[in-house]
Design a protein around this ligand. Sequence first.
Ligand SMILES: [Zn+2]
Length: 266
Amino acid sequence: MHAAEEVRALVSVHDVMPRTLPQVERILALLRSEGVNAVTLLVVPGCDWSTEEIAILRGFEAHGYELAGHGWRHQVERYGGLRHRLHAGFISRNVAEHLALDADGILALISRCHRWFLEQGLKAPALYVPPAWAMGRIERSALAGLPFLQYELFSGILSGQTGRLHPIPMLGYEADRAWRTPVIRLWNRVNRRRCRAIGWIRIGIHPHDLDLRLAGDLREDLKRFRLHADYAAVDEPGGQRYRPLKSSRSPSAADSTISKTRSNPR
Ligand SMILES: [Zn+2]
C-alpha cells in the first residue's frame, strides 16, 4: 500500500475550447498555487479557434503544459449554459462522439485531431482522450497505426504501440446536477482507496468544476496528492505494472475487468 504522498497523480484539464479559456486559466492559476507541476490540457480542435486563441495554446506549451487531443467537436457545446450542460463525464454518453461512428469514422476523427495540432504550429500531441473516455467500436490494434502514442480510457491509459493498458483510478468533480454529487463523491472515495494499492491516480478537472458542488473536494485532492507525473511516465519501463488487452473486439468488456485489479499489490 502506498501513502497518499507516494501516489503519482496525473492531472488533466478537460474540454479546452475557445469559450472555456477563462475557466481553464482560472484552474491553471489554482494548480500553480498548489504546486502542480505536470498538467495536461485536453484540447477540442473542431471549435472556431481564432489566431489569438491559438496563440494562447502556444503560450500554454511554452509554459510547459502538455497539450492532448480530445475528440473533434465536443458535443457538450450543443447544450450551452451551465445548468443545461449534460456532460456527465462518468455517467452520460451525450458527449461521446465516437459512439456515433464506425471504426473508419473513429480513425478519421482521431487522425484529423492529430493533424490539426500540426497545422496550427503546435507540438505533435502524444495523448488522445476520447470525449467521455469512450473509444467506441474500434479494434484496439487499429490504434497502433495512428500517430498518438497513448490513449486515455475510462479504465486507464492505453499504449497505442504495445496495446498495454495501465489501469489507473480516476477522480472527477463535475457535479453539475444535485443528484450527481453523492454518486461522484462515492466514486471518488472508492478510487482514493484503490489508488493506494496501484500507486497512481488520475485527477480529471472540467472547466466549470470550481463553480460546482465538488469544488471543495477538488481542492482537498490537490493538497492530498502532491506527487505529480506526466502521462508519458506511465509507459516508462518498470514504472508501472500492466496487463495486455486480450479482446480488442469488446472494449466495454475489457474496461469492465478493472475491478479485478482492485486489490492487486504492486
Ligand atoms: Zn470532455
